[in-house]
Design a protein around this ligand. Structure first.
Ligand SMILES: *Cc1c(COP(=O)(O)O)cnc(C)c1O
Length: 322
């Protein structure tokens, strides 16, 4: 198997991100609950995408790219972090966003400050967004530029390496703290974080079950399995990944990016007990799913659980809490 250090990586995030025990929630819920603060990755408003971008933008640089294109919803954390990271590396960014949902405030303010070019496409389908990106890249090449394409969420095998790397980081921290995590819980939005973490857990965190909480109704079991297998192939990992490694539950609420009552309650609960802000689109829903699973006894027999905080603060200033 290859080592993660065999892959080009540009250090962008402040690593390792802290792991802290949530003392008050642990007491209230009768488990040892820890949080991995990937909301504190250090660029822009922080969040999980910086870890993926360390590998994706290293690939972009290696290919001579001078402009990076990515896609998302109007409040995409991934798009804003792509702009932050690309700018730091001296590359321009073009964010091609679906003209749906909240079209001002939040991350759109951040995108503007970061100097990203924002293009809206009036569509419900990413096929149309990708077609527009193809046209833009064609035009850029005709001008002698070298564009680099990153799909929604950066969820391609090279991006997933960021979360394989995170699992390795967690293994080191767990050893240092002398704790064993029986389970790790994370939000699933485009699948790359969960796929990387689950593969990484299989490789570096024996006995840690990786549980994902889907925040939209996409068939993440299949998406995650394919991403895991492709990332494992990239790493030439011997360990076969199978669908038995995948544990995904859903907390979508009324729909992707639409706050749910339970998700917002979870945001308030984390804030009021631990002073930590989650967001109503990803981490709040993941927490709500986690709390629900705890109630259902899903973690019975598992004492120590790590919740991955993936960021998303921008949404707090764009999306209406319910
Ligand atoms: C993108 C994102 C996620 C989901 O990560 P994926 O790799 O897309 O599944 C979770 N939380 C936040 C805040 C995000 O921006």
């Amino acid at each position: 198997m290859k080592s993660i250090t065999d892959f080009p990586n540009l250090p962008l995030a402040l690593l390792p991100t802290p792991i802290c025990k949530l003392e008050n929630l642990s007491r209230a819920l009768g488990k040892q609950i820890y949080i991995k603060r990937d909301d504190l990755t250090g660029l822009g408003l922080g969040g999980n995408k910086v870890r993926k971008l360390e590998f994706l933008l290293a690939d972009a640089k290696a290919k001579g790219a001078d402009v990076v294109l990515t896609a998302g919803g109007p409040q995409s954390n991934h798009a804003a972090l792509t702009a932050a990271c690309a700018g730091k590396l001296g590359m321009e960014s073009i964010l091609v966003l679906k003209k749906r949902g909240v079209l001002s405030g939040g991350n759109l303010i951040v995108d503007g400050i970061l100097g990203a070019q924002v293009r809206f496409v009036d569509t419900d389908s990413y096929d149309d967004v990708y077609a527009e990106m193809d046209r833009l890249m064609e035009a850029l090449r005709a001008q002698g530029r070298t564009p680099y394409f990153i799909p929604v969420g950066g969820s391609v095998p090279v991006g997933c390496l960021g979360y394989v790397n995170c699992a390795l980081e967690i293994a080191g921290q767990a050893e240092e703290m002398d704790v064993h995590f029986d389970a790790a819980v994370s939000a699933v939005g485009s699948g790359g974080t969960y796929a990387g973490l689950t593969l990484g857990a299989k490789l570096f965190l024996p006995g840690t079950r990786s549980v994902g909480i889907g925040v939209c109704d996409d068939p993440f079991e299949a998406i995650a399995l394919e991403l895991m297998q492709k990332t494992a192939a990239l790493l030439e990992a011997e360990a076969p990944v199978t669908k038995d490694d995948i544990h995904i539950r859903y907390h979508t609420g009324p729909g992707y990016a639409q706050p749910s009552m339970e998700g917002c309650e979870a945001v308030r609960r984390l804030a009021r007990t631990e002073g930590i802000l989650a967001d109503p689109v990803y981490t709040g829903k993941a927490l709500a799913g986690f709390f629900r699973l705890l109630e259902e006894g899903y973690f019975d027999g598992e004492d120590t659980v790590l919740f991955l905080h993936t960021g998303g603060a921008g949404a707090l200033f764009a999306v209406e809490m319910v």
